[in-house]
Design a protein around this ligand. Structure first.
Ligand SMILES: [Zn+2]
Length: 409
């Protein structure tokens, strides 16, 4: 087999490797291949999987890390005939009924251990770092702060920042220049901006409708941005260019996953309702400059889980919730009660803080409910923020390249 550097050193079953001699291989019921060491530790693999992942140049293109498509030649139809473990090369050798033979490095096999612990370690270390849920009382201990310059210049700080966004769900950057390109620079430091109906970077400021009591900017209730997008923006980068000197204009934030978890534990019936009943989220209007009409619509519950049963996305935006509620009558009734409980808990756990000019508040838009208290602009003090979005696909990818720069497959 072609040699290759493996992805995750720390995930290897070290115990097994220390005793890499005296390993025996056997075929079980022609369906599994098992490696056993003298002390009884075992690694077990489906033989169909071994055939599917044969690493020989005929079956696998190492340069592109790609399996060659020979589905018709196996793995379903070809059985393993004989298996052995070669001490010298530390490889499992499999001879197949069709005269093909495969060899697998022990390390490579250990990296792909089907055991529950190994799988969980892979999910936590490579797939996504486990999230840390937090309530209002833990805000101080989960707050991560970084220097804007360090994030731009040092890969290790960039990595810590992205980890914080993945784990705690938000982070604060300080010391950004008075420059309308800050949000863009940060997005491009990660990868690239997610462009939406509202453009690539967007401005958050009150309309210049001066000398009017409408100057008083109403509070923005807790929400997530764009629940009406199937591909909802992953993180929101909000750069404070000018902060309001009026008492208001503070940020509010609640960990939506924490609230979902609290509901699961304390109000399981309501939780089930919010996890299963779809809501119509919508936005209809015209985009800024070109004036092109848009009509966004996405149906999804307030609480969404991923394939592993982890919280994946919270949808909440009172202003963007459609009056069309296309569910049966009785579901609509029970949904309102559950939603009311969710909003009560979210409000009770909301933290409040006020950014200053040069701060950049960045948060997971799939997770954090966020809002703003009312404020008042004056002729010489107009609150002005600039925002940009980045998708989690781009962020996790960047994070993995920083954590595993030598990843091959
Ligand atoms: Zn092969």
């Amino acid at each position: 087999m072609l040699s290759c550097k493996h992805l995750i050193g720390p995930l290897l079953n070290r115990q097994f490797r220390r005793h890499a001699s005296g390993i025996t291989a056997q075929l079980l019921e022609q369906r599994y291949v098992e490696l056993a060491q003298p002390d009884g530790q075992r690694l077990k693999y489906p033989s169909i999987w071994l055939r599917d992942n044969c690493q020989c140049p005929e079956c696998f293109h190492a340069e592109t890390r790609a399996r060659k498509s020979h589905w018709e030649r196996g793995p379903l139809h070809v059985k393993a005939k004989r298996v052995s473990y070669d001490e010298k090369s530390q490889q499992l050798i499999v001879n197949w009924e069709d005269a093909h033979s495969s060899s697998y490095d022990l390390e490579w096999l250990q990296d792909r251990d089907f055991g529950q612990q190994s799988r969980q370690r892979y999910l936590n270390e490579v797939y996504k770092p486990p999230v840390q849920l937090w309530g209002k009382s833990q805000f101080g201990e989960v707050t991560r702060e970084f220097s804007y310059d360090d994030v731009l210049k040092q890969d290790s700080v960039l990595r810590d920042w992205l980890e914080a966004l993945a784990v705690q769900g938000f982070a604060l950057l300080h010391g950004a220049p008075h420059d309308t390109e800050v949000a863009r620079h940060l997005a491009e430091r990660i990868g690239h901006i997610k462009r939406t109906t509202y453009g690539d970077v967007f401005e958050v400021k009150s309309k210049p409708n001066a000398k009017n009591y409408a100057y008083l900017m109403t509070p923005l209730p807790l929400h997530t941005d764009m629940p009406y997008y199937e591909y909802k923006a992953g993180i929101n980068i909000l750069h404070t260019l000018v902060q309001s000197s009026s008492p208001g204009g503070a940020n509010m934030m609640t960990d939506g996953f924490f609230i979902a978890d609290k509901m699961r534990r304390e109000h399981p019936d309501y939780y089930e309702v919010l996890r299963t009943i779809p809501v119509n989220w919508f936005d209809i209007g015209h985009d800024g400059d070109a004036g092109k009409p848009f009509h966004s619509l996405w149906r999804a519950p307030v609480i969404c889980l991923d394939v592993d049963g982890q919280f994946a996305r919270i949808n909440q935006n009172t202003t963007k919730r459609d009056s069309r509620f296309t569910v049966p009558l009785d579901q609509a009734m029970s949904w309102y009660e559950a939603y009311d409980k969710f909003l009560q808990l979210a409000q009770a756990e909301a933290v409040e803080f006020k950014t200053r000019a040069g701060d950049v508040f960045v948060f997971n838009n799939l997770r954090m409910l966020h809002g703003r208290t009312a404020y008042e602009d004056s002729p010489d003090n107009k609150r002005h923020l600039i925002g940009a979005y980045v998708d989690w696909d781009i962020i996790y990818s960047k994070l993995r390249t920083l954590k595993f720069p030598n990843a091959r497959n």
